[in-house]
Ligand binder design. Structure first.
Ligand code: BTN
Length: 330
């Protein structure tokens, strides 16, 4: 169910995290107090949580900074701005990635950027759901059309990981690392994930939709279905991360856009050293799952093609191009 105009208005008023009485909301929207109640109940379905206190009214459990075209552009570098043909911000969408994959079949525009406040069918890697409650995280996808075929952009996801780390550090987030192939980790917990969907002819051209989900504030109730250890910026930063949501969105684009746009020329080689610096798996004992098979070993690092190198108990080194890695329990 899409978010209605009345619901958008209510969220905009309550975004400040302060109490607003039922009467004030009803007067502003020109609807009855019981209609306000009904709208608030529906908003809970989008992942928003409210406190209702008699005599005071309603407030959001956590203040929001709604995504704003103006605020994002204010923090956008000239270089990133020049690389973006179109930027869309959706209140509610099935998945920013799926949306841009569909759009890539109808447009030659590059780059198209899409943010959403809420995803009804956010996608993670390996067919998993990406939990996407309203208004508190970053759900971002970028459609970029490349001249060459998919082989020319292999390793892009690793370079995207480097861009995300740079952006987080720019916004004062320290201690973040990369878990192969493209998760952003903090103290052993997942902070962000990257999903890249590529389509096109092997001889080129091809298009890629680069998707990023970054947790700023994930209500525990909504995170119940997540099976991995996770973390959000509200647990890392002093001060509430939603206050820097638009700046962070722009900073991500400032780092992502040039890396994506120049990747065909620069290739993964330009980012290997930095990726290795942020590798949070090196030296760790892990298991890698590939289909029904499981391999165990110690992480040696990544090779120059971005493959994961594992040393097994006999000392043999094996390279993996895909798979799901988990840290062995110590
Ligand atoms: C992962 O499993 O680690 C990848 C998660 C990618 C999630 C993002 S949220 C924005 C974009 N839209 C989606 O449906 N998925 C990606």
């Amino acid at each position: 169910m899409p978010i209605s105009d009345s619901q958008k208005k209510i969220v905009t008023i309550l975004a400040d995290g302060e109490f607003h009485s039922g009467t004030e909301l009803a007067d502003t929207l020109d609807i009855s107090r019981s209609a306000i109640c009904k709208q608030l109940n529906q908003l809970i379905e989008f992942g928003l949580q409210f406190n209702a206190v008699s005599g005071k009214g309603y407030r959001l459990e956590s203040a929001l900074q709604l995504l704003s075209d103006r605020l994002i552009k204010k923090h956008l570098s000239a270089a990133a701005q020049s690389l973006i043909a179109e930027m869309e911000i959706h209140h509610c969408i099935h998945s920013t990635n799926s949306y841009l994959v569909e759009k890539s079949r109808q447009t030659k525009k590059t780059a198209v950027v899409c943010f959403a406040e809420y995803q009804t069918a956010g996608k993670g890697r390996r067919g998993r759901e990406w939990v996407s409650p309203f208004g508190s995280n970053i759900y971002l996808s970028i459609l970029y059309q490349f001249q060459q075929g998919p082989a020319a952009i292999s390793g892009l996801s690793l370079a995207v990981g480097v861009a995300v780390i740079r952006a987080l550090k720019d916004c004062g987030v320290e201690g973040v690392g990369l878990k192969w192939p493209n998760d952003i980790f903090w103290q052993g917990k997942k902070l962000a994930g990257i999903l890249i969907e590529v389509s096109g002819e092997s001889s080129g051209p091809c298009s890629a939709v680069v998707g990023l989900g970054l947790n700023l504030y994930l209500p525990k109730e909504k995170a119940k279905s997540i099976t991995q250890d996770w973390v959000d910026l509200s647990q890392i930063l002093i001060g509430h991360p939603v206050k820097i949501r638009n700046r962070l969105a722009a900073t991500l684009l400032n780092h992502l856009m040039p890396i994506i746009a120049n990747f065909e020329q620069d290739t993964l080689l330009s980012y290997l050293e930095e990726w290795r610096k942020y590798d949070c798996m090196k030296g760790r004992d892990v298991q890698i799952f590939i289909g029904q098979q499981t391999f165990s070993g110690t992480v040696k690092g990544i090779d120059d093609n971005g493959l994961l190198l594992l040393t097994d108990e006999r000392g043999n080194v094996r390279a993996f191009s895909s798979g799901e890695v988990s840290f062995s329990k110590t």
